[in-house]
Design a protein around this ligand. Structure first.
Ligand SMILES: [Zn+2]
Length: 72
């Protein structure tokens, strides 16, 4: 009897990996993350937007706050 068959049947939902474009820290991206979600980097605290998900590859872009005119 082989145990392999049983293992193949179970599809585990794994977290994906991404890198912070700023500090190169590894980010754990939950498997159910969708494009447009905001993640924060555990390394530098930067907010990163998920631009695109291609299989296991994730494109992150630094979330820039459009400078509202504070009118000094
Ligand atoms: Zn970072």
């Amino acid at each position: 009897m082989s145990k392999e068959t049983a293992k193949l049947g179970a599809q585990e939902v794994k977290a994906m990996k991404a890198k912070c474009p700023d500090c190169d820290a590894d980010l754990d991206v939950p498997a159910d993350t969708t494009e447009g979600e905001i993640l924060s980097c555990p390394g530098c605290g930067l907010e990163l937007e998920v631009k695109q998900i291609n299989g296991g590859n994730i494109d992150l872009q630094e979330l820039t706050l459009e400078g509202e005119d504070w009118g000094e």
